[in-house]
Design a protein. Sequence first.
Length: 176
Amino acid sequence: MKKILSLIVLTNLFFVSCSSDGDQGPQGPPGEDGVNIVGQAFEVTDVDFNAPDYSIFAEIPANIEVLPSDSVLVYWLEDVDDDGNDIWSLIPQTIYFDDGQFQYTYNHTDFDVNIFLQGNIDLATLGDRYAQDQVFKVVILPVDYAAEANLDISSFQNLKKTIDIKESNFTTKAYK
């Protein structure tokens, strides 16, 4: 019984000592400004892939900050349907021919995106359809979006809706 009484007294003493009465402490230092977690994008137009590198470096616009934790996605304007709707494909994207294949692919830094062709065929034989006047959209996703398991990045149209990017938000950079 003594042990139970001692336990009750100690418990009450604990709760009394946790009271919120008393003077408020000094205000803490101000926090840092918030980080923009909205996806950002820009369009790269008039891209010509020519020998010897079959590559272009697209500078990321100065108003777009790319953090090391961000994901950078690139979409290729593959076609336009009969109703005039753009058909975008996430790259890397492989195109197959009877005699081989090639791929649109990319890599990036925090300042630019290198979009290039690679394949096991002679890239000089691709012709205008695949090597001239190409259009790409580059989307920078903050880690908050990129970590979402239900985020469908394979469809540019769905991604655009999810991260609320409108066509009017795209900065266009021509490379001719």
